[in-house]
Design a protein around this ligand. Structure first.
Ligand code: CP
Ligand code: NVA
Length: 308
C-alpha cells in the first residue's frame, strides 16, 4: 500500500545535491541562458508535465518554473489549495501517490519542510522544494549561478547575511557548507538561524549581531524581508527589532570594493535594504531573478529522465 516507489532524486534541500552536481548545474544554467538568448530551441521535456503546488504566494517561482517547462517543450500545472482537494484536507501522502502517477515532477511551495519530505516519500517522481519556512534551495541555486557569472567560484570567499535567520539564511548556510565559503550572519538577538543547521555548518557559519561587522571584507552581502510569508502577525515587532539590520551604504562600504548585493525579492526599500543599495551599481537582484529560470531548467533536465 505504501508507495515509497522509486529511487528518483528530489531537491528538498540543497544538500540533496553534491558540490560537483551543484557546480555542474550552475554551468548548465549559464549554457541554457546563452542558448535562449541565441534563439536556440532545446526541448528534452516534450510531453512532460510539472505539477506546481502553491500554498503561499509567488511571482518568480511560479513564472520561472512554468516558463522553463514550456521552453523545455513540456507543460506546467498551477495548483492552489483553493482549487484542489489538498486544500480540503486530502492527505499529502494520497495527493503524492495520485499526482505522481500522472505528472513527471512536482514542485511544492508550502509552510513546513516536513510536508515536502512526506510528499517526496510517497511520490514516484522527483519533488522540488519551491520554498518552505525552513529552506529555499531553488533561490540558492540562482544566487550561486549569479555569483559564479559575476565573480567565478565562490569557494573561499566571505559572504555576509544581514537580517532574519530565516529560510534563505538556512539555504545560504547549506551552500556555505557545500561550496566551502564563509558565511557571517548578522541578526537581532532571538532571530538566529536553526541551531542544528548552525552546528552542522561548523566553522563555515558564524553569527554576529552587528551588520557592519558581518559585512567586513565580504565579497557578497545578502538580505531578505524581515517578515516572511506566514509571519504577518509579527510585522510591527519585527520592524522595530530589525531596524539596525538594514543594508545601507555604510554596511556595503565595509565589504570589499567589488562586493555584490543580493536579495531574493520581493524587497522593501527603506526596511531591510536602502533604495540606494538595491538600485545601486553593486546590486545584482534582477540577474538573480532571471537566473531562477535558467538554473531551474537545468534542474528539471537533471531530475526528469529524458523521453524514451
Ligand atoms: N524569490 C522568490 O522565491 O520569489 P517569489 O516569492 O515571487 O516566488
Ligand atoms: N523569506 C521569504 C522569502 C520569499 C521569497 C519568505 O519566506 O517569505
Amino acid at each position: 500500500m505504501d508507495a515509497h516507489p522509486t529511487h528518483c532524486r528530489h531537491l528538498l534541500t540543497l544538500l540533496d545535491l553534491s558540490a560537483v552536481e551543484v557546480r555542474a548545474l550552475l554551468a548548465r544554467a549559464s549554457e541554457f541562458k546563452r542558448m535562449l538568448k541565441a534563439g536556440q530551441d532545446y526541448q528534452p521535456l516534450r510531453r512532460r508535465t510539472l505539477a506546481m503546488i502553491f500554498e503561499k504566494s509567488s511571482t518568480r517561482t511560479r513564472v520561472s518554473f512554468e516558463t522553463g517547462m514550456v521552453q523545455l517543450g513540456g507543460h506546467a500545472l498551477f495548483l492552489s489549495p483553493r482549487d484542489t482537494q489538498l486544500g480540503r484536507g486530502e492527505p499529502v501522502e494520497d495527493s503524492a501517490r495520485v499526482l505522481s502517477r500522472m505528472v513527471d515532477a512536482v514542485m511544492i511551495r508550502t509552510f513546513r519542510q516536513e510536508t515536502v519530505e512526506r510528499f517526496a516519500a510517497y511520490s514516484s517522481v522527483p519533488v522540488i522544494n519551491g520554498l518552505t519556512d525552513r529552506l529555499h534551495p531553488c533561490q540558492m541555486l540562482a544566487d550561486m549561478q549569479t555569483y559564479q557569472e559575476y565573480r567565478g567560484d565562490i569557494q573561499g570567499h566571505r559572504v555576509a547575511w544581514i537580517g532574519d535567520g530565516n529560510n534563505m539564511c538556512h539555504s545560504f548556510m547549506e551552500a556555505a557548507r557545500l561550496l566551502d565559503f564563509e558565511l557571517r550572519i548578522a541578526c537581532p538577538e532571538g532571530f538566529e538561524p536553526d541551531a542544528v543547521l548552525l552546528a552542522a555548518a561548523g566553522d563555515r557559519c558564524t553569527v554576529v549581531h552587528d551588520a557592519e561587522a558581518a559585512a567586513d571584507g565580504a565579497s557578497l552581502v545578502a538580505t531578505d524581508v524581515w517578515t516572511s510569508m506566514g509571519q504577518e502577525d509579527e510585522q510591527a515587532r519585527r520592524q522595530t527589532l530589525f531596524a539596525p539590520f538594514q543594508v545601507t551604504d555604510a554596511v556595503m562600504s565595509r565589504a570589499t570594493k567589488h562586493a555584490l548585493f543580493m536579495h531574493c525579492l520581493p524587497a522593501h526599500r527603506g526596511e531591510e535594504v536602502a533604495a540606494s543599495v538595491i538600485d545601486g551599481p553593486q546590486s545584482v537582484v534582477w540577474d538573480e531573478a532571471e537566473n531562477r529560470l535558467h538554473v531551474q531548467k537545468a534542474l528539471l533536465e537533471f531530475l526528469i529522465p529524458p523521453v524514451a
